[in-house]
Design a protein around this ligand. Sequence first.
Ligand SMILES: [Zn+2]
Length: 245
Amino acid sequence: MKSKRRQPVTTVENVSNPSTSAIPILVPCSDKERSDGIANFFKVVFQQDEHGKSTRSDTRRIRMLTQEDVDPQRIEQVLGDESTLLYGLLDLRQGLQQDDPLQRVRGFKKIRPGDTAEWSQALGESQFWARQEFPVLVTERLKDVRLVLWFAPEPPGRILTLALFCPDLQTGIFLKSFLEVRCCPYCERLFSPRANNIMYCTTAHRDAHRMNRYRRSKKAAEQRQKRTSPLPRTKQTKAVKLGKR
Ligand SMILES: [Zn+2]
């Protein structure tokens, strides 16, 4: 049987990640936290007291998520056990973008911890299962995020801007990490890349991971060859003779 031709490996230099976005991500905040305004995009009722002073019915304080919110320690602190799901999805995304079976297998181990190692291996080997599971899981986790038009009161000015409002901090961190954080395929460390096309935390890890992939693909090719190559001549001759009997 003819083996499938492997897709060309996309390298760190020429992949761009269109998901990175400058759109603000908003979450509710407590009185103790610094606020960036109120949720003025929800329907409100204005009331006037006896002195003619107007008040609005919804004054929920909100804040924009910052880079500090997607620090790895912060992610684990806020998401707890769910951080494993996030790491697994980051692995699957990059495993799809880079056509990297190693990272897809790792992703499946994280998002389906009950599976056997062999089953995770089988799921991650081709792009098919990652393509099926990945968009469904991400869409489900982010189903409560809303696109809103926010009247931001703080500098750089009172401006109307599109924003993504998350009902809780967990969802906000999940979304922001998903848009702006990478999981290094080699060491599994989370990091925020300084450019969209950076997929590894260091160039040393990029090279080490490439070497791992090369070794793995070489080993797989050797195994395929062993399975498809004819028997050694002496045994083949013997087999033919036996067959003639
Ligand atoms: Zn690394």
